[in-house]
Design a protein around this ligand. Structure first.
Ligand code: NAD
Length: 264
């Protein structure tokens, strides 16, 4: 296996004993050390799932594991490294796969380089191609599985200014979601996308600071959402729990929008 070794063992089905909406299910979350992935890993563990939280940020994973009070396992995983992905996902055999890793490129088409396009599509789309490829065989064998891909309202759903590469990559995530959903629906596997509006997260803070006028940029982001506020990672995590649970068993191939009214 390339890259860093798994720092904790993958979770077992009986890791959690309390009854929750995800009891008896194994979940693998990518980009779980911060933001939406972190909140989702915690929420899934709280609902009884045996969670394997993965990220490139080893310190962030250690903090997460401490906050979860031993209720989840973690592993360092760079989703851009195919061999690493195949090995970690194959070992974890998740019933729920939450693909959260993603990167926001700022700019119009004329601002983007080929390298930036490649980087964004590798992290935002090809990573999901690989994690799903690794998770599907086990799901097919078990006759069930829920794959959840984090896309964005900035995608095929809405053109958002200065998000050309990002929006194109997230539109691809929605296309990938629908394709997997239709191809494996008879195998008992569901695949859905979560499409957030602007959510308070560490990378959002970085983007706001990068504008050079933090307060003005923050006001501008808030103004895009008719509810008059940013979303929280926990609000996205609630949807991730629902999509991972059997409560959503009749839903597949959909792009679920949670955006404070941005798309209205
Ligand atoms: P974030 O961007 O603040 O944190 C992302 C995490 O990803 C970090 O812990 C980082 O270490 C990890 N990461 C980066 N590269 C990685 C790699 N190669 N492999 C594994 N992990 C890696 O979190 P966020 O803002 O909650 O974003 C999560 C997802 O939600 C992304 O796909 C993003 O595009 C999407 N999203 C976010 C917002 C928002 O406003 N925050 C809106 C719509 C969609």
């Amino acid at each position: 296996m390339q890259g860093k070794e798994i720092i904790m063992t993958s979770p077992s089905r009986d890791q959690r004993t309390s009854q929750g909406r995800l009891t008896g299910k194994r979940a693998l979350v990518t980009a779980a050390a911060a933001g939406i992935g972190r909140a989702s890993a915690l929420a899934m563990a709280a609902e009884g799932a045996a969670v394997l939280a993965t990220d490139i940020d080893e310190d962030g994973l250690a903090l997460l594991a401490a906050d979860a009070d031993g209720a989840l396992s973690s592993a360092v995983l760079d989703v851009c490294r195919r061999d690493e992905v195949m090995s970690v996902v194959d070992e974890a055999q998740p019933d729920i796969l939450l693909n959260c890793a993603g990167f926001v490129h700022h700019g119009s088409l004329l601002d983007a380089t080929d390298e930036e396009w490649e980087t964004a599509f590798t992290l935002n789309v090809r990573s999901m191609f690989h994690t799903i490829q690794a998770a599907l065989p086990g799901m097919i064998e078990r006759g069930s599985g829920s794959i959840i891909n984090v896309a964005s309202i900035a995608s095929s759903l809405k053109g958002v200014g200065m998000r050309c590469v990002y929006g194109a990559s997230k539109a691809a995530v929605i296309g990938l979601t629908k394709s997997v959903a239709i191809d494996f629906i008879k195998d008992g596997i569901r695949c859905n996308a979560i499409c957030p509006g602007t959510v308070q997260s560490p990378s959002l803070e970085d983007r706001l600071h990068a504008t050079g006028n933090y307060e003005a940029a923050r006001e501008q982001f808030i103004a895009r959402q008719p509810m008059g506020r940013l979303g929280t990672p926990e609000e996205m995590a609630s949807l991730a729990v629902y999509l991972g649970s059997d409560e959503s068993r009749f839903a597949s191939g959909q792009a679920f929008i949670v955006d404070g009214g941005m798309a209205i």
